[in-house]
Design a protein around this ligand. Structure first.
Ligand code: NAP
Length: 422
């Protein structure tokens, strides 16, 4: 029997699905011990700090993660940072294979004037702020203005616009960070514009996300019907299935617009941002459009145009991704998920992606190294293991019960460590 040790760096969906793919191919003759290493004191990655809090169904995938973690040869080492506490080279020495699954945490930038003004925020900062990520508590989100603009036409832009345009009491029964709910409740924002630089037929939204918008109880959603009619013509007689589905969903919104609510989410198409205007803080966005330049006055801009990977020492990066061929980086180092392929696809996409990389790993395997594990490198480190994480998890869920929430997330690292290790 061959028993291999695998280190997975990053406890998000891509990491868990890599662990699951390894577990799925185990046989009597082929076994894996999996050590999952995570920088934060909590696992689940984007399922905890990315998925919109008003989408609790998507978060139920965490049950799958916990099942993977319950495997007897799986261990969690959270609150351990690779690249600083321990090097990638050290991991490569110890383990038969090392899989990077650290996602893409940095927001792409527009590269236009005014992008750094106060009130111009990347979705990569705004989303973890409302999701109680310990590193983003201090993000300043000015909601004292009547209009906000979200730049980008993907699902993150929709999530962000929805969070800004929801009646804030809708967030009470969710696991949105308490600090964010408090700020949303003081929000003066009543108009939220989502701006796409191309036409509706090119939008990166997916249709389920569009179809839920008309169901928002306290928010109008406005799409210009002539924009959709023109896009339908441009898309031709046989548009791709996803394009057709999106255009159908947008047409439905355009044809059944409500106007009775205080808050409105507006869609703008063919608006290419040229400049974020303002002196002391954001005052508007200047766009070029087919009809000439247009300014939308606003006090807040969220830039949601995609992500790139944050680099880790010892791992080669290019164009916001880890340099790899089909998941192979170098020697016994591999990569999965957004760090491998870029920030695209839904959580489930990581399943097939990870399975393909695991196949590659198995084909590359030589004899097991038997070189030990991470434990002897962790002399000064407070580690959150699976048991400690379960204590944190249970405490957060218990704190939510009396408030009718799925959980109340602890935000500070020391609080999280106290919950897990006391
Ligand atoms: P995305 O789907 O790639 O969308 C990015 C958007 O930004 C595109 O509309 C793109 O327009 C636009 N963009 C890029 N550069 C731009 C620029 N310089 N100026 C103006 N617009 C620009 O990325 P995402 O929204 O960050 O989502 C990432 C992935 O997560 C996606 O696969 C998404 O479906 C997934 N996700 C899923 C859910 C869900 O299932 N509920 C929720 C959130 C995210 P062009 O096409 O013109 O480049």
């Amino acid at each position: 029997m061959a028993a291999y040790t695998i280190a997975i760096v990053g406890a998000g969906p891509a990491g868990y699905f890599a662990a699951q793919a390894l577990q799925n191919v185990e046989t009597e003759d082929l076994k894996f011990s999996i050590d999952m290493i995570e920088r934060l004191p909590t696992p689940w990655g984007l399922v905890r700090s990315g998925v919109a809090p008003d989408h609790p169904k998507i978060k139920t995938v965490s049950k799958v993660f916990e099942k993977i973690a319950s495997h007897k040869t799986f261990r969690l080492f959270a609150n351990v940072e690779i690249g600083t506490d321990i090097s990638v080279a050290q991991l490569q020495e110890k383990y038969d294979a090392v899989i990077i699954a650290t996602g893409s945490s940095l927001g792409k930038t527009l590269g236009i004037p005014g992008e750094d003004l106060p009130g111009s925020i990347s979705a990569a900062d705004f989303v973890p702020w409302y999701n109680a990520h310990p590193d983003y508590v201090e993000v300043n989100v000015p909601l004292d203005c009547d209009t906000a603009v979200v730049i980008g036409a993907g699902n993150v832009a929709i999530d962000v616009a929805r969070m800004l345009a929801l009646e804030p009491s809708k967030l009470d029964p969710t696991d949105t960070a308490d600090h964010a709910i408090a700020v949303f409740k003081t929000s003066a924002v009543r108009d939220v514009y989502i701006s796409a630089r191309r036409g509706p037929e090119h939008a990166a939204f997916t249709s389920p996300e569009l179809r839920e918008l008309p169901k928002l109880e306290h928010t109008n959603v406005a799409i210009n019907k002539s924009d959709i009619d023109a896009a339908i013509v441009r898309a031709g007689a046989e548009p791709e299935k996803d394009v057709k589905s999106n255009l159908d969903a947008m047409l439905l919104i355009a044809e059944s617009q409500k106007s009775e609510h205080e808050r409105t989410m507006h869609f703008l198409f063919q608006h290419t941002p040229k400049q974020i205007l303002g002196t002391e803080r954001v005052e508007g966005v200047l766009y070029s459009t087919p009809k000439g330049d247009v300014t939308i006055k606003c006090g807040l801009v969220i830039i949601a145009i995609g992500y790139q990977a944050a680099s880790i020492n010892g791992v080669p990066y290019e164009n916001g991704k880890v340099v790899n061929t089909g998941g192979r980086v170098k020697e016994n180092l591999y990569v999965v998920g957004w760090a491998k392929r870029g920030p695209s696809g839904v959580i489930g996409t990581n399943k097939s992606d990870a399975a393909a990389v695991v196949e590659l790993i198995i084909n590359d395997m030589k004899s097991p190294k038997n070189a030990g594990d991470i434990s002897d490198l962790l002399t000064n480190q407070v580690v959150v293991d699976q048991r400690a994480w379960q204590k944190i998890n249970e405490a957060e869920v218990a704190a939510g019960e009396s408030k009718g929430k799925p959980r109340v997330k602890s935000i500070r690292r020391d609080e999280l460590l106290k919950l897990g290790l006391s």
